[in-house]
Design a protein around this ligand. Structure first.
Ligand code: HEC
Length: 99
């Protein structure tokens, strides 16, 4: 089990190396209305700060929302059609935001 975790962490670090932050920036346009231009979060939307968060945490959150492991009905329409590589690109971009 432990080696599985190590292996998947390893695979994710390889794939996050290939993530495209420029593509992520484009995709992020659909997130701004709730999370803000710099990922600072918008309280009236209940949307937390995500800018500057670790890429692996952003990525794993998006996967958990899409699979329903974490419930987020507000966000679902905005992520349900995105692919795994879209999530990696988003995570790469959002982790670079400063706020
Ligand atoms: C309609 C508003 C809305 C939109 C649009 C939206 N989000 Fe969210 N997001 C939320 C809310 C509300 C939460 C808090 C959910 C919870 O309680 O866990 C959240 C949580 C998150 C989290 C988890 C933060 C944490 O600390 O656990 C991430 C990552 C995230 N959003 C990324 C995105 C990305 C990337 C997009 C665009 C593809 C996006 N969101 C679009 C409302 C939105």
């Amino acid at each position: 089990m432990k080696s599985l975790v190590v292996l998947s962490t390893f695979l994710f670090s390889i794939s996050s190396f290939a993530a495209d932050a420029a593509k992520g920036k484009n995709l992020y346009s659909r997130c701004i209305s709730c999370h803000g231009n710099n990922g600072e979060g918008i309280e009236s939307q209940n949307a937390p700060r995500i800018g500057g968060q670790h890429d692996w945490y952003i990525y794993s959150s998006l996967v958990a929302f899409k699979t329903g492991e974490r419930k987020n009905p507000e966000m679902m329409p905005f992520i349900k059609n995105l692919s795994d590589s879209d999530f990696q690109d988003l995570a790469a971009y959002i982790s670079t935001l400063k706020n």
